[in-house]
Write a protein that binds this ligand. Structure first.
Ligand SMILES: Nc1nc2c(c(=O)[nH]1)N[C@H]1C(S)=C(S)[C@@H](COP(=O)(O)O)O[C@H]1N2
Ligand SMILES: [Mo]
Length: 517
């Protein structure tokens, strides 16, 4: 385990110099994420939520510790084989790092160096635990019990072992800490660039939110989701921290008459729009938490595309899919038609009045009203390629999710919570409903499968945001089941048919059970 620790610490130091994402634990974790079946990923999102990543990393470290002990035992008997086994693990780490979507040859370095250090330390330490068999004594009468059988004679050089392991541990701890330091100083530039970014005043501000859009009911989600509470779903074990000054976005591909490369300053000089848009994840179960509403600031993506000479399919353009690529190798495919049909598809750089947080895509991400995040909301974006749905499957599409996924009409009961026990009398049943880009026209609640009661709708902000609602329930004692359903702006009512999240979003009515007493 000491050798394993030294190995990881060395890898940490080298990964600080190469790329934090190239460290073996992160790389193997990323490879596991890339390769794990959709069902497992959905399980992790459902049961571990945002804790899925620490859980994965902990799992890898525990596995490594077990492996380290096994290799340690092996090394006692076969010193060289033990060290070779460590090198094998280095090879796994290296392969994982290079094989990530954004991986390149230098990414192997942390694992290779880490493995070499681990193998060396193991070799040195086992040398202190086993010493060479003593020369056969001159007279057989004094021989020890095992000397005649040819068995290796073992002796524990306690002093040598303790000194070697203490030195190795201390040096490695220092190296690991130095690695952490280096990483954070490299990232200091990014942090400063975010801190220094002054958000522009929008040329087209968001209309004021109507006074009645927030119902102010205890337990009800606020109309705007504070950044600190905004859900986060992505495959990044290490959040990319980009320096805004170095950020570039390239727009190219089929039907792009004038390919473009823009930096942040080019964006800031353009017409800046500000829009309220509710973002939802396709992995959100009925009643789930992966949805949030924010005020976004940025530029219209359609403006940039038009400047690049892109025409939507409806105007004869050859590309029907826009593939956004992030610095961490994520690919997200969006219909070109949706981006250019007049909705406020944005390259966003501000969220709720602050520069995008690193976790949410700093410096620039996409946001497209009406589409689930995995087909629209690329964070840490660096490239946009115009292509077709026939020619290319993006990251999640290769993992059994649908190519196209408009947000489904859904609603959620926020209060009372499941298994709450309110007093008999008037109980406000309240929540949110959403059908981005279609809007919400009606919400209804029923008790114990009875008749549907119309809920009171809060004022609508716009059709791209969720809408709050409340129904005053005359609650009577006993156990009751509350259900909700919404109707969107086209008049279509949310289906009660239960469907899971794969391939294009869950359906069904959210229900909560309460015990009125
Ligand atoms: N680079 C990158 N962008 C990404 C993702 C990702 O894994 N990597 N996940 C997408 C998904 S599935 C969703 S739902 C939204 C979530 O955005 P948020 O984390 O800011 O809430 O980001 C999208 N953009
Ligand atoms: Mo998502």
């Amino acid at each position: 385990m000491i050798a394993g620790f030294c190995s990881l610490a060395a890898a940490e130091l080298v990964s600080a110099l190469v790329r934090p994402e190239a460290g073996p634990v992160t790389a193997v974790g990323g490879a596991v994420i890339d390769r794990s079946p959709t069902a497992l990923k959905e399980f992790a999102v459902r049961h571990l939520g945002t804790g899925d990543k620490p859980a994965l990393e902990l799992g890898i470290v525990v596995l490594l510790a077990v492996f380290a002990m096994a290799v340690g035992v092996l090394a006692l008997h076969h010193r060289r084989t033990g060290s070779a086994a460590v090198l094998l693990f280095g090879a796994i780490g290296a392969a994982a790092a290079v094989g990530r979507p954004e991986g390149s040859a230098p990414d192997a370095l942390p694992s290779v160096v880490g493995a070499a250090v681990g193998a060396g330390v193991l070799f040195a330490l086992t040398g202190r635990l086993t010493t060479a068999p003593p020369r056969p004594p001159a007279s057989g009468s004094e021989s020890g019990s095992g000397s005649g059988s040819g068995e290796a004679y073992r002796a524990f050089d306690r002093r040598g072992f303790v000194i070697t392991s203490a030195v190795a541990t201390a040096v490695s701890a220092g190296a690991g800490l130095l690695g952490r330091r280096l990483t954070s100083s490299v990232q200091a530039g990014a942090t400063a660039s975010r801190h220094d970014l002054v958000l522009p005043v929008p040329d087209s501000p968001a209309p004021a939110v109507p006074a009645g859009a927030g119902l102010n009911i205890r337990g009800l989600s606020p109309f705007f989701t504070p950044v600190k509470d905004f859900y986060r779903v992505d495959t990044a074990l290490v959040v990319p921290r980009l320096d805004a000054a170095g950020w570039r976005l390239r727009i190219h591909g089929e039907g792009v008459a004038r390919p473009l490369t823009v930096g942040l300053h080019d964006l800031l000089r353009r017409e800046i729009i500000e829009r309220d848009i509710t973002l939802a994840c396709v992995s959100n179960e009925v009643g789930g938490p992966y949805i949030g509403n924010a005020r976004w600031l940025g530029v219209r993506l359609a403006d940039l595309l038009r400047e690049a000479g892109v025409r939507p399919p409806s105007a004869g353009g050859p590309a029907d899919q826009l593939v956004a690529r992030s610095v961490d190798g994520m690919t997200i495919g969006t219909p070109v038609e949706a981006v250019m049909d007049g909705r406020d598809a944005m390259l966003a750089l501000g969220m709720n009045g602050e520069p995008l947080p690193f976790e949410h895509g700093f410096p620039v991400r996409m946001v497209v009203p009406g589409l689930y995040g995995y087909v629209s909301a690329c964070k840490w974006i660096e490239d946009i390629e115009l292509t077709t749905f026939d020619a290319y499957d993006a990251y999640w599409v290769r993992r059994s999710w649908a190519q196209q996924a408009p947000v489904k009409t859904e609603s959620r009961i926020d209060t009372p919570r499941s298994l709450a026990s309110p007093r008999p009398g008037t109980v406000p049943v309240a929540g949110v409903a959403w059908a981005q880009h279609r809007g919400i026209s009606r919400v209804e609640v029923r008790v114990d499968g009875g008749k549907w009661h119309p809920a009171r709708l809060a004022a609508a902000d716009n059709r791209d945001t969720w809408r709050q609602w409340v129904w005053e329930w005359p609650a009577t004692s006993g156990r009751h089941t509350l259900e909700v359903r919404a109707t969107d702006g086209t008049g279509a009512t949310q289906t009660g048919r239960r469907a899971g999240t794969v391939p294009d979003g869950a359906t069904g009515w959210h229900s909560v059970e309460v015990d009125v007493s």
